[in-house]
Every structure is written in C-alpha cells, then in structure tokens.
Write a protein that binds this ligand. Structure first.
Ligand code: CP
Length: 311
C-alpha cells in the first residue's frame, strides 16, 4: 500500500505483519535508548484540522524515535484562516517534498481526497465518522497482548457507535480477524444499515456484555450530534455507562478499553477506568506509539521501493 487510509483495504495477513512489527517497537520503547533509523532522512508533516492529544502526540513521538524530521503544522494559525482550501494547502506542503503526511480532518473522505493530490504517503489520523485506522490497530495490539490472541474473542463495542470512526474501523478489523462482535447502545446512536456489518446488536448492557472477553467503551460525541439526539448525561450513564455492576456480566477476566478522551461519569466510571486489574486504557496509549512507528516504517519501505523503480 502507498497510503494507510483505512482498515477496509487491509488483508488479515497485512494486519498481522504490522502488529508483529509494532510488538517489536513496543519492546524498543521500553528501552533506555528508544531510537531506530527506519525514517532517517525522511520528512513527516502532521496536519491536524481537528483537536487531538493522543494521536498527534504519538505520531510525533513515533516519527522522532524513527529518525524522521517531524513538523507539526499549526492548522489554527495557517492560511486556511484566509480562505485557502484543504487541497491547496496540501499541494503547497507537497511542493516541499514531505515523505509522510499525517492528516486528521472533521469531514469523512477528506483524507482520501487529499491522498489523491500528493505524491507522498498519507496516513489517516481520523476523518469524520469514516475511519481511524491506527486506533483500530493499536486496539488490536492491546487486545492481542492482553488475551494472547486476536481471533475467536467475544468483543462488545458500547455507546455512541453512530458517530464513531473508532467503532467503524474496529468493527472492520475485528471482523476480518474472525471475532464475534456485539454492539450495545441506544437505537438512536446505532448507525443505519447495521445488518451488513455481521454483528449482534443490543440496547441493554447486562444482556450485551454477557460473557464477553473485551468491553470497548466509546465517548459520547456531542459535537457530532447536530442538535439531534443529546441524551441527559445522568440518564445515559445510568443505562449505558460502564461500572463494576455492569462489568460483572462479562467474563471475570474481561478487559476494559476506551480510546480516549473519556468522559468520566458519562460513559465510564472513573474508578473502573483507573483499575489496572481490568482497564487497559493506558496500554492502549502505549501501543499507539508502537503501532504508528510500525505503520510509518512499512509505508516508508514501500515509498523507497517505489522511488527506486526506473521511470
Ligand atoms: N483516541 C484518539 O484519537 O484520541 P485523540 O483525539 O486525543 O487523538
């Protein structure tokens, strides 16, 4: 692949190859000297048109650990504010010969469009409700390390699924790896056409969580609700917020995940989120750096091969 735009186009064996490399980078990241040279001489530009803590920081750290020259575009201070379009912005940066562009954008499909206009590798850091591929890959690595496998697991994805690119990418990835997926949430927060995903759907946490191995919570994304369904946070927490009682319906060794940023007391109880015997939320953040190192390493290898080919 020239780009990493989504999980949709990845084959199971490609996912496994990337996770195997990420596992090796996870080991490196625990060493005193965390440097490798997979991106030495390459230029990485991070373009975040939407807020981020985890994804932006981990892509920057990942690039620096692999030796890239990393530049963070301050999009709020860019000429977008003067009316320059997304494509013109991308073409301008493309003329400076970057090798890797990391792009987050509020509109679904914007990153794909941008990738068609530039001649470097593009990595989707989250586009609208569409995909967040590196999040799904870091979730997969976290699950594989905690459970010892990434197949034939029963996995519940809970909450605001309709607005979640994290859920969409995870449903595709976990489905490709032959897991059993349950979606739990209020019917108003489930996407339309859910049947085609090959998942089971529940609107009750106790039923949906029964005997699952993995409980993946999602943030209630009020900023994407367009003034439509905005439940009261108290009512939402009562019915769909994960606490110890609801978790007791899952397997005794079920792990608790959340991509962050989390709203404590809205979709998850704060004490449970901090319970290192159940919660792997900080492991997800740690694996984020390793997965992004692996993704950029593999794309850079392809880039070098492509550029080495005679015209
Ligand atoms: N999980 C995630 O994408 O977090 P950020 O929005 O902080 O990057």
């Amino acid at each position: 692949h020239r780009h990493l735009l989504g999980i949709e186009t990845l084959r199971p064996e490609e996912i496994t190859t990337l996770l195997d490399l990420a596992d090796r980078y996870a080991a490196l990241n625990r060493q005193p000297d965390k440097h490798a040279d997979a991106l030495t001489g390459l230029t990485q530009i991070n373009m975040f048109f939407e807020n981020s803590t985890r994804t932006q920081a981990s892509f920057e750290i990942a690039g620096k650990r692999l030796g890239a020259d990393v530049m963070n575009m301050a999009m709020q201070a860019s000429s977008l504010k003067k009316g320059e379009t997304l494509i013109d912005t991308a073409l301008t940066l493309n003329a400076m010969h970057p090798d890797l562009l990391i792009v987050r954008h509020p509109h679904s499909g914007a990153v794909d469009l941008l990738a068609q206009k530039v001649n470097c590798a593009v990595l989707n850091a989250g586009d609208g409700r569409h995909e967040h591929p590196t999040q799904a890959l870091l979730d997969a690595l976290t699950i594989r390390r905690a459970k010892g496998r990434l197949h034939r697991l029963s996995i519940a994805i809970c909450g605001d699924i309709a607005h979640s690119r994290v859920a969409r990418s995870n449903i595709m990835l976990l489905g490709k790896m032959e897991n059993r997926i349950r979606l739990i949430g209020p019917p108003t927060l489930l996407p339309s056409g859910i049947a085609e995903f090959g998942v089971e759907v529940f609107d009750n946490m106790a039923e949906g969580l029964r005997d699952v191995d993995v409980v993946m919570m999602l943030r209630l994304q009020k900023e994407r609700m367009d003034g439509g369904f905005i439940p009261s946070e108290r009512e939402y927490y009562h019915r769909f917020g994960l606490d110890a009682e609801k978790l007791s319906h899952a397997k005794p060794d079920a792990i608790v995940m959340h991509p962050g940023p989390m709203n404590r007391g809205v979709e998850i109880d704060g004490t449970l989120a901090d319970d290192i015997n159940r919660s792997v939320i900080q492991d997800q953040v740690e694996m984020g750096v390793a997965v992004r190192m692996a993704a950029m390493d593999l794309l850079a290898q392809n880039l070098k091969l492509t550029r080495a080919e005679p015209a």
